[in-house]
Design a protein around this ligand. Structure first.
Ligand code: ATP
Length: 214
């Protein structure tokens, strides 16, 4: 059975870094990948764009391909969306199908701050995506917790539902949503850092543009 990989984030906005690493992860694992926007991220400040605006951008970005899908279940819940709860829900839905939580190297390095983080390995594999230009130093306690779980073989991920950690050597792209928000706020046009669909409707990027002065 093809693994189901979940790539969560604020996607404020979705950019080519997200799309490219998610696409390559789908190829490397032979997985279905779902992009899952978070509503009220438990460990960061509120996004600039609303949940509805971020979903509209995701829809525009994903148009014209069928390997990456959108899953908005966390937006339908009220309050903070904890990944562990989402994964338990997916486990109930998908039985023994392998689940893979995709995390950029920076997100993986910060895993210990996540709600019930040790429980994640009971429900999912983790696929770590390399990411340049970020602090991705793995704390000793985290390395200890994952050392015996590491594999570099996608077949191992496909052969069981959960519990292993694989590093996925995706093409490094030093792109971040923070940088893109900054460029847009300065009135710049980061055309090729964003998927083309985001330029189809000027309303999509409006939340990030500086208000014209009166
Ligand atoms: P921000 O700059 O607002 O923090 P971001 O670009 O890190 O945003 P998020 O939506 O916070 O994007 O990230 C969602 C997931 O995507 C995280 O696991 C993050 O590590 C990963 N990610 C984002 N950009 C990249 C990239 N260029 N390469 C690899 N992983 C990435």
């Amino acid at each position: 059975m093809k693994p189901l990989a979940i790539f969560g984030g604020t996607f404020d906005p979705i950019h080519i870094g997200h799309l490219s690493v998610a696409w390559e992860a789908a190829e490397l694992l032979d997985a279905e990948v779902r992009l899952m926007p978070a509503s009220v991220p438990p460990h960061r400040s509120s996004p600039t764009a609303s949940a509805e605006q971020r979903v509209e951008m995701l829809r525009a970005a994903l148009r014209g391909q069928s390997r990456l899908m959108l899953d908005t279940r966390e937006l339908d819940r009220s309050g903070p969306s904890y990944t562990i709860d989402t994964l338990h829900e997916l486990r109930r839905e998908f039985g023994d199908r392998p689940l893979v939580l995709l995390l950029g190297a920076d997100a993986f390095a910060g895993l210990r701050s996540w709600h019930r983080w040790r429980e994640l390995f009971d429900v999912t594999h983790i696929g770590m995506l390399n990411r340049p230009g970020v602090d991705a130093c793995i704390p000793v306690e985290l390395e200890r917790a994952v050392a015996s779980r590491r594999t570099d073989d996608p077949a191992v991920i496909r052969s069981r539902p959960a519990g292993r950690v694989i590093e996925l050597a995706v093409t490094p792209l030093e792109v971040s949503a923070t940088r893109i928000r900054d460029l847009l706020a300065e009135g710049r046009d980061p055309r090729y850092l964003l998927p083309a669909g985001l330029f189809d409707d000027p309303a999509l990027l409006a939340p990030y543009r500086a208000m014209p002065s009166a």
